[in-house]
Design a binder for this molecule. Structure first.
Ligand code: SF4
Length: 1012
């Protein structure tokens, strides 16, 4: 027992029957004191625990009972300060010129309270005491307005309560009770006045343990102090739990104190959840109690509030809704049978709808989706397709219903405070998903806070000026702790250094004692500066006095502790691999326990053991199997056959290792994309094989593995619904829009018999087409901002003008006869004479036939020959070099299209057709209308290249590309990086495999890379 508990037991004995009011820093602390008294065999009869606040309320109970005054809740106080600020501050004032943010409002509230608890009123704020007299005038007016506002609403705050309680005591005389308080209770001026008002012997002040020399930070009790350090905060926490295990300590023999709630509370909570089996009967599911609870932001309802705030303030991005669904924050809608539609189905459906962002787009886009699905259902050929369509339709309808309700609940970012807080309450009550006790507690606690604010707002006639409801909601889940509890049997107790150290446990462990965290830097209040506070009197705290109080409180904490004490700090930051240093309290303790009175940090690090790391030092201390393996991996003497043991235990690791070894070798293996029995369905030359387009062929030529992912396995990365705020259209969307514009324009000129274009006549015409098409596109895909639209719209305007000017002086004399001709593919914008639904047979020089398809942007006729055009919207012509026509198989469009179109023309309108040329046309701003022609002499070698390309899937050879440049824009980067983080290494391995003549399956690829 420490001195205070001993004296408390004595006081309880001395005043056994008399009613006793025990004053504690918190009710929980008071209960812990009484527990210690009773555990030591004492009696705590007729003891009522109070904080200074509740003491004042108790004394004022008769005044409060008649309802003439009420205590201002935290929510109401915030509104009162906002109202006072709005009344007195002028936009051109000293403080008034600052923007009233939630942070400034909180500062103003705490400064006003500091002044009032120091017993100061408006008359004490003399301008001469401030750095600028005008600032003093403003603060004086603010304090007066605040007081007047409280009076007007018949409210009192803590300062009023302390003052009134002291007056009431002086008037009524001492109540027949004994007030017991420790002599280290930190009191403000008005609080001291309250205690002074208890006349005579009513107040019993009990001594506490104090260090002989505060600077020495001497622990009380048996003085056994251990100092440890760890690699990162996570290992500080793991080390605590390991010590429990290793030394077979009871959990309820330990109190764990932290210096900073963030990161320690979430870390302790998460680690405990991983280590201990979840026990639903415990409040937080783990055998730990948290004095201040855990932040509501760790719960689903807390996360929902934060995510919803972001969703509304970022203009309702689709990605935001997606994340809410993926994280399981929302209650799921039901299908027609009343069963909840799974989040996975809703997520898949949401991904498939191109909403982007914007409140207004959801309903329209989802309605279009529903219509399309209904169309699909009506046309479904068999029962399996019908059932699939029906389920997707049901999902889309459920999603539309959910979105409609969410949007109806959500006000805009400019909505007033009452509307906003009320919406948050509805969201929490009707839509937040709760699973487990923490969620339930958070939902309840957040609900109470929101209700309190709604009550406070309801008391005003209109939305209070200066109060930002959205900002208040945003910080709510951060600020509110849930599941707070005193120490309990069977539970390790967690508290802050500020409020802890009262549980009377055998071991106390204090984490977070690095010099960056404790003592925390005494930051100056920017509203009421330290020197101004000092001028106003000793009762107004400054950053320096607060810093001193922190250290003194820590010294008192050490003195009152009994049993073992462990001081812990992180000596390396895992996040940024930075060295961290012990704080002054660790150094002071080190000097005392090591007998090195002048020891510095270097001496401490020589004296202390190695850092506690992810690998425990002893097998008995391992918290889970992972730690045990890590311990074995670094133990001395080393375990010789550890790798074999690991392989035998973890089959997946063994398989992964085998795959890694195979990939690193020169052999082409099944781990490199080798399919041993590929089957005819993936052989492009087989009767039932796939039809081949330019895209498919060039994908094989670029990277056979990417073709395998996309066309054989048919896997694709999830649709990216993130919105780039700087970009209106993706490059694909931009290219498609440019194609549409050029199609419309050229089609109109042909219809009018006006080819070739003339800039003087046709520039306004194409500008009008751009205007119409861009506006249509903007309706479909709204721009994230005017600048993003303006930038890409400018590019469209310029590209269109370049097209007109460059085509006007084109050296090719032909005239367009077909636009967007579709061969073997669905007709595009307009049917042409050579559109055919079936693919065209293309005979390959080495034998075999493929079925070719394609959409040709433009076919011109020049005399008896044809010239094909393909518009390219990219900004570079680098990959279209007549000197390297096939780029090792990466470019075959020219050859395939010339072969396919010639066959289609001959089978249709022109039996003698001869395609003379293929031209890539670049109307972009950087490429400036350049045309790159390829003559028909590329057809024969091009078909040879196509033959080699087709042999790769036919023989099941899907090696990753040998050039990491191919990976730059690949959709499958994350899939490849999952097996090889560095894609250069992956491509390097492919080069080795290509160079190995034993890999006969790669012969076509060898030929491609060698000969094109
Ligand atoms: S990331 Fe590179 S190696 Fe992987 S599939 Fe894409 S192009 Fe091929």
């Amino acid at each position: 027992m420490n001195t205070f508990i001993e004296k408390l037991a004595e006081a309880c004995r001395a005043h056994r029957i008399t009613q006793k009011w025990l004053i504690a820093p918190s009710l929980r602390t008071g209960h812990q004191w009484l527990d210690q008294v009773t555990r030591a065999g004492g009696s705590a009869l007729n003891v009522h625990i109070h904080t200074v606040r509740s003491l004042a309320m108790k004394i004022l109970a008769p005044q409060l009972a008649d309802g003439k005054v009420k205590v201002a809740s935290a929510a109401v106080r915030r509104l009162v300060v906002a109202a006072a600020w709005q009344q007195v501050m002028k936009d051109d004032g000293y403080l008034g010129s600052a923007r009233l943010t939630p942070g400034l409002l909180a500062l103003a509230e705490s400064s006003l309270l500091d002044l009032r608890l120091a017993g100061l009123g408006p008359g004490d704020l003399d301008g001469a005491r401030f750095e600028q007299a005008v600032k003093g005038t403003e603060l004086r007016a603010l304090l007066a307005a605040y007081q007047a506002e409280l009076e007007k609403r018949n409210l009192i705050d803590h300062a009023d309560a302390a003052r009134r309680a002291a007056e009431a005591l002086r008037e009524s005389g001492p109540p027949g009770i004994v007030v017991i308080r420790p002599d280290d209770l930190q009191l403000t001026v008005l609080e001291r006045t309250l205690f002074d008002a208890f006349a005579g012997e009513v107040v019993v002040t009990l001594p506490v343990d104090r260090p002989a020399d505060a600077a020495a930070l001497e622990p009380g009790g048996d003085g056994s102090v251990h100092i440890v350090h760890a690699t990162g905060e996570a290992n500080e926490i793991r080390a605590v739990l390991r010590s429990v295990l290793e030394q077979e300590l009871p959990l309820d023999g330990i109190e764990l104190l932290y210096t900073a709630a963030d990161p320690y509370v979430p870390l302790i909570y998460d680690t405990a959840h991983r280590i201990f089996e979840h026990d639903a009967s415990r409040d937080l599911g783990v055998p730990l109690t948290f004095a201040d609870g855990v932040p509501a932001r760790l719960s689903r309802p807390g996360r929902l509030l934060a995510a919803w705030h972001g969703w509304v303030h970022q203009d309702f991005p689709q990605s935001g809704l997606l994340r809410m669904l993926q994280a399981g924050l929302l209650r799921l809608p039901a299908d027609q049978d009343g069963d909840p539609v799974s989040a996975a189905r809703l997520v898949r459906m949401l991904r498939s709808v191109g909403i982007g962002f914007g409140r207004d787009r959801y309903a329209r886009c989802l309605a279009e989706k529903i219509e399309a699905l209904q169309f699909g259902l009506d046309g479904a050929r068999d029962e399996s397709a019908r059932s699939d369509c029906r389920q997707r339709l049901e999902t889309a309808r459920a999603l539309a219903g959910l979105v409609e309700t969410l949007l109806a609940v959500s006000p805009g970012p400019d909505a007033g405070a009452t509307r906003t807080v009320s919406a948050a309450r509805t969201l929490l009550g009707d839509h937040a998903l709760s699973s487990g006790k923490l969620d339930g507690l958070a939902q309840q606690r957040l609900g109470l806070e929101l209700d309190g604010m709604l009550d406070a707002l309801g008391a005003s006639d209109a939305d209070p000026a200066g109060f930002d409801g959205w900002a208040w909601i945003k910080e709510l889940p951060e600020r509110i702790g849930v599941g707070g509890s005193g120490p309990r049997p069977g539970h390790l107790h967690v508290a802050s250094v500020r409020g802890g150290g009262h549980a009377g446990r055998q071991r106390t462990i204090i984490v977070g004692l690095d010099d960056g965290r404790f003592p925390s830097a005494g930051r100056q209040d920017p509203l009421l500066l330290d020197h101004e506070r000092a001028e106003l009197g000793a009762g107004v705290p400054t950053s320096r006095t607060r810093l001193r109080e922190q250290v003194e409180a820590f010294a008192l904490l050490l003195s009152r502790l009994r049993g073992d004490l462990v001081l812990s700090f992180s000596s390396r930051s895992i996040d940024d691999d930075r060295e961290m240093f012990a704080g002054p309290v660790v150094l002071a303790s080190f000097r005392r326990v090591s007998g090195q009175p002048d020891g510095d940090h270097a001496a401490l690090m020589d004296w202390i053991g190695p850092a506690l790391s992810f690998a425990p030092r002893h097998a008995d201390a391992c918290l889970d199997a992972g730690e045990w393996w890590l311990h074995q991996a670094v133990s001395e003497p080393p375990v010789e056959n550890l790798a074999e043991l690991a392989k035998a235990t973890f089959g997946h690791l063994a398989r992964g290792r085998a795959a890694g070894t195979a990939r690193a070798s020169d052999a082409f293996t099944v781990y490199d994309g080798r399919v041993d029995e590929p089957g005819t369905e993936i052989d492009p030359t087989a009767a039932g094989g796939p039809v081949m387009s330019t895209t498919k062929l060039q994908a094989i030529g670029t990277c056979p593995l990417s073709y395998f992912y996309e066309r054989v396995l048919k896997v694709k990365p999830p649709d990216d619904v993130e919105v780039d705020p700087t970009c209106w259209l993706t490059s694909l969307q931009f290219g498609t829009l440019l194609h549409e514009i050029l199609f419309e324009f050229v089609a109109a000129l042909i219809a009018d018999g006006h080819w070739p274009p003339e800039p003087g006549r046709d520039l306004p015409r194409i500008a009008a087409v751009v205007e119409t098409k861009a506006a249509e596109q903007r309706r479909r895909i709204p721009a994230p901002g005017e600048e993003a639209y303006r930038q890409q719209r400018g590019e469209l305007d310029q590209s269109a003008a370049i097209f007109v000017k460059e085509q006007a002086r084109s050296p090719v004399p032909g005239r367009p006869v077909y636009l967007e001709a579709s061969i073997g593919l669905p007709t595009q914008r307009r049917d042409t004479d050579i559109d055919v639904p079936d693919p065209v047979a293309v005979t390959l020089p080495g034998g075999g036939t493929i079925r070719g398809v394609g959409i040709i942007d433009r076919i011109d006729r020049d005399g008896d020959g044809y010239v094909l055009y393909d518009y390219k919207s990219g900004s570079s012509t680098r990959n279209y070099d007549p000197g390297d026509p096939f780029r090792m198989g990466r470019l075959v469009q020219h050859a395939l299209y010339m072969a396919v179109v010639e066959a289609a023309l001959r089978a249709g309108p022109d039996p003698d057709a001869k395609v003379r040329e293929f031209r890539f046309l670049f109307p972009g701003v950087k490429t400036h209308g350049r045309e790159i022609p390829f003559g028909r002499d590329v057809i024969e070698p091009g078909l040879k290249v196509i033959g080699r390309l087709c042999r790769l899937p036919a023989t099941g050879a899907f090696l990753a590309s040998d050039d990491s440049g191919d990976c730059r824009f690949c959709n499958y980067r994350s899939a490849c990086q999952a097996v090889e983080t560095n894609l250069d290494d992956l491509c390097e391995a492919s080069r080795r495999k290509i160079d190995n003549p034993d890999n006969t399956a790669l012969k076509p690829l060898v030929e491609l890379r060698r000969d094109g």
